[in-house]
Ligand binder design. Structure first.
Ligand SMILES: [Zn+2]
Length: 122
C-alpha cells in the first residue's frame, strides 16, 4: 500500500501509480485529499522513446533489436513505480494552486514537444 502524502494513512493500492497518470487523481479515504502523481512523471515515457530512437540509429546487431526496447520499457516502468512520488493535487483556492497549474502546463508542453521532435527527426 502507498501512504497518502497528506495524512500518511495507507490509502492507496500499489497499482495507483500505474493506473493513474498525472491528469487523474484519487481521493484519500482518510483525509479526502485528491492525490495524484506529478506531471514530470509524464516525461519518463517520451525520454525512453527518445533513447530508443537514438539507439535505433546506431545500427545495432539484429539480435539486440528486441531485447533493448523490452529492457528500456521495463526500466522506465521500474523508475516510474519506484521513484515517482504521490502528491496532493491542490484544489482551486489552496495556496500554491496556480504555481502547480503553471508547472504542470510547462511540463506538459515540454513532454509533447519532445515527443513531436523525436517523431519529426526520426
Ligand atoms: Zn490522506
Amino acid at each position: 500500500m502507498h501512504k497518502c502524502p497528506k495524512c500518511g494513512h495507507e490509502s492507496f493500492s500499489k497499482s495507483i501509480k500505474l493506473s493513474h497518470g498525472p491528469a487523474l487523481s484519487k481521493e484519500c479515504e482518510n483525509c479526502h485529499a485528491q492525490v495524484s502523481v506529478p506531471y514530470w512523471s509524464a516525461l519518463i515515457m517520451p525520454l525512453t522513446l527518445t533513447k530508443l530512437f537514438i539507439l535505433n540509429r546506431l545500427h545495432l546487431p539484429r539480435w539486440l533489436r528486441l531485447p533493448i526496447p523490452i529492457l528500456a520499457f521495463t526500466f522506465a516502468l521500474f523508475v516510474y513505480y519506484k521513484y515517482v512520488p504521490l502528491i496532493v493535487k491542490l484544489q482551486e483556492g489552496e495556496e500554491g494552486y496556480m504555481r502547480q497549474k503553471i508547472a504542470n502546463a510547462v511540463i506538459f508542453i515540454l513532454s509533447i514537444s519532445l515527443m513531436c521532435s523525436v517523431f519529426y527527426f526520426s
